[in-house]
Design a protein around this ligand. Structure first.
Ligand SMILES: NC(=O)c1ccc[n+]([C@@H]2O[C@H](COP(=O)([O-])OP(=O)(O)OC[C@H]3O[C@@H](n4cnc5c(N)ncnc54)[C@H](O)[C@@H]3O)[C@@H](O)[C@H]2O)c1
Length: 443
């Protein structure tokens, strides 16, 4: 069993650390955020993620998982160090590598025996070699020659099903050029390796590229169906029928063919922009991805126009009260990073609307994300409280609990009968039967 330190106990670091401990490894999750670590030591889990609490409790109880703020100590005591810090977008769209560099330099300042450094953060092609360079520089300052290898092991988990995804991945990607490190990585992922999870070994650059190419492809797929949906609206087709039939084609696949208000979250927006920048830097523009980024921004604003159009055209949103259900960028998470709800709510407020908002998990995050439009917002206690006295209902996130609204009650609570289903989770007929005016996407 490997002895692992995970630097960064955020979404990816915490889930990876807990699940790697569940595979039988000994794991220390380390973060500079003292409050987060103190909370974890008391059993307080800082993210909303189904199933994670049980995995953490099981493994802390078994003595395989611990939490610490002592980076140097964690690095010294373990021979496999995962870097799972954030790589937020910089001003020009490129990934900001300052946290990765910081972690790498700290590793160089602390290791004194052979160590495998595993990059799990999403980083531009070439970063693995930079990480090796930063570690080497720090070792040179210490006048030491300590052997180490750098591995790229991108993460594909999805927020909301992160534990399942980590423990049942479609593939494990290991970018690495050393036999010794490859052997240790097989130990780390022994449970998956033995169950014949596809295990893809590549060089560092390919592993780094796989992550960006995968995320960008999914963003393109969503954007493609969004554009087709917009065309369906004009052409009299129903995008749900179109997507269903397209998805039955094994070469296309049904996933990520659901039209909506645009993609958001902590990964797709930043990773597509980073890939655009990488393409520009190498003189190989990624035109499809560049266009995708632009269309996605337009799609969010298009939702505001769509609502305005339905309510009676230019100026019709002014002084109206709208109920907004769903603020997180997708269900089963409290994450609002780049959620379409932000642009859409701000757009509606700009046009003079007042909003009664509700999300089952993201209300805390919404409090500070919406600070600039706070005085136009009412934070409701549940979905029906949001709908009460509103003139229209707008569904922005497909939480399960929004799929089964009591439609006659919705009709009674709304003062005008507008029902905007921007995730296509209802059938027109059932909504219209309740006396509501249904507006979906692409139909
Ligand atoms: N969130 C996802 O769904 C997801 C999925 C796949 C890949 N990724 C990638 O994984 C990486 C991490 O993403 P995240 O969502 O977990 O980020 P996050 O912001 O939730 O967590 C990052 C953590 O790193 C900590 N940190 C920063 N510098 C540190 C240091 N020097 N030492 C110790 N801790 C430090 C921060 O305090 C924070 O807790 C990113 O590159 C992201 O693109 C994220």
């Amino acid at each position: 069993m490997a002895h692992i330190a995970v630097i960064g106990a955020g979404y990816v670091g915490l889930v990876s650390g807990a699940c790697l401990a569940d595979f039988g490894n000994f794991v220390t999750c380390i973060d500079i955020d003292t409050k987060k670590i103190e909370g974890l030591q008391r059993g307080v889990v800082p993210i909303y993620e189904p199933g994670i609490e049980a995995v953490i409790a099981r493994n802390t109880g078994a003595g395989r998982l611990r939490f610490s703020t002592d980076l140097a100590d964690g690095i010294k005591k373990n021979n496999v160090i995962f870097i799972a810090v954030g790589t937020p977008p910089g001003e020009d769209g490129s990934a900001d590598l300052r946290y990765v560099e910081n972690a790498a330099r700290t590793i160089g300042q602390a290791i004194d025996t052979y160590t495998v450094v595993v990059d799990k953060s999403t980083v531009p092609v070439g970063t693995g070699r930079k990480v090796a360079g930063w570690i080497r520089e720090e070792l040179e300052k210490r006048k030491l020659h300590v052997p180490f290898d750098v591995v790229s092991n991108p993460e594909f988990l999805r927020e909301g099903s992160a534990v399942y995804d980590f423990t049942h991945p479609d593939r494990v990607v290991i970018g690495c050029e050393s036999e010794r490190a490859r052997g240790i990585m097989k130990e780390v992922y022994r449970s998956l390796y033995l169950t014949e999870t596809p295990y893809i070994e590549t060089n560092l650059e390919s592993a780094e590229m796989i992550k960006y190419a995968s995320n960008a492809f999914l963003a393109v797929k969503i954007t493609f169906i969004n554009e087709i949906a917009n065309l369906c609206e004009k052409a009299g087709a129903d995008v749900q029928d179109v997507a269903k039939a397209m998805g039955r084609d094994g070469r296309i696949g049904a996933k990520f063919l659901h039209p909506g208000p645009g993609y958001g979250g902590s990964c797709f927006p930043k990773d597509t922009r980073a890939l655009v920048k990488i393409g520009q830097d190498y003189g190989e523009p990624q035109c499809i991805v560049e266009t995708t980024v632009k269309i996605n921004e337009k799609q969010k604003l298009r939702m505001v126009e769509k609502i305005e159009q339905e309510l009676g055209g230019s100026g019709s949103v002014n002084e109206k009260t709208l109920a907004v259900l769903g603020l997180a960028f997708k269900p089963n998470t409290d994450d609002m990073r780049e959620s379409p709800a932000i642009a859409i709510c701000e757009g509606l407020v700009k046009k003079g609307a007042r909003l009664r908002v509700w999300d089952p998990a993201a209300m805390g995050e919404a409090e500070w994300r919406f600070r600039s439009i706070r005085d136009k917002l009412f934070f409701a206690a549940d979905e029906y409280d949001a709908i009460t006295g509103s003139e229209a209902l707008v569904i922005l996130t497909e939480w399960n609990q929004f799929r089964n609204l009591d439609l006659p009650r919705v009709k009674r609570l709304l003062t005008l009968p507008y029902f905007f289903d921007l995730r296509n989770i209802y059938r027109r007929i059932e909504v219209e039967n309740a006396g509501l005016r249904y507006v979906g996407i692409g139909k």
